[in-house]
Write a protein that binds this ligand. Sequence first.
Ligand code: BGC
Length: 360
Amino acid sequence: MTTGKINGGKEMRRKYLVLAGVLCIITVAAGGCKSGEEETVKNIKIGVTLYDQYDTFISEMMTEFTEYAADKEEESGVAINVEIMDASQSQLTQNEQVKSLIDKGCDVICVNLVDRTEPTTITDLAENNHVPIIFFNRELVAEDLERWAELYYVGADASESGTLEGELAADAFKTNSSMDKNGDGICQYVVLEGEAGHQDSIVRTEYSVNTMVEKGVETEKLGYAIANWNRAQAQTKTAAMLTQFDNKIELIIANNDDMALGAIDALKASQIPKEEWPGVVGIDGTDVGLNAVKNGEMLGTVYNDKEGQAQEMLNLAFVIATNGEKDEIPLLNGKYVRTPYHKVTLDNVEEYENKQGTAN
Ligand code: BGC
């Protein structure tokens, strides 16, 4: 089994998974990947292709996914072989990977699209070969998901994360007068945006700022930078904005935690004393993000439920591959599973540090 980046603390589990993967491959080789309709399904194969295995949120989600697969295997007695591929940000590579996963006999394929506007090659391949697809995290437009009955999406509602991030920022600005560095009653802010065209960049930016205004905070946008979800890019762009706006920034709104952490890296490297740092808010609640909330470097983050999404995706893939009933899957319109977001501050960060999935 190939996997994405796995966290160090989960090493034992990973060894077990690798072993389980090897055992599954042997079972599959002996029994074939798909069973006849009347037979009880004894083994299944789930393919996964990632837009970029080095994305922090995606790699943490995949760690959860492989853990749930091992749990499900134990609980159900069905051998589950998971094969994970990295498309390294190339849609062409990903299209080829889907083809190869189909050729390898996958019962279902989970696709984290590179370009969410280009799902057609994959959906055509899926339909022609009768292999259902669960898209996740990078949401294709509704019309594309309607192209075939066996296409699904697992993710979250981007507007909700933006609203909650705006609430966190507004609460902090209203309750902490030192955030208003120039004392003009207006929040001077900059935004660090994810990839242009990603649903979470566009919608989170819009909703976070609109929510601050709705909550009664007067705002002034000083600038923005696209940092593609990436910590190093966010550090470089923030350093440039700190110089450009000459220590006038009071709030940095990041579309995800990795970019918020990049902003904090830039602040640490600057001459600005810590007590004069702008507030920083993020989204995801990755391990490193939660840590930054805990040590007071980040005002707060919005938890993007990677455990819930991983668990729902595994459950859906399992039901599809074993020809089971979908009654237990919380499908909206028969196609979508969306997990809720949650606000995280110093007050509740510990609840999220060891969060487990809640789906059945
Ligand atoms: C996450 C980001 C991640 C992106 C990848 C977003 O939902 O918040 O951290 O980089 O998905 O598609």
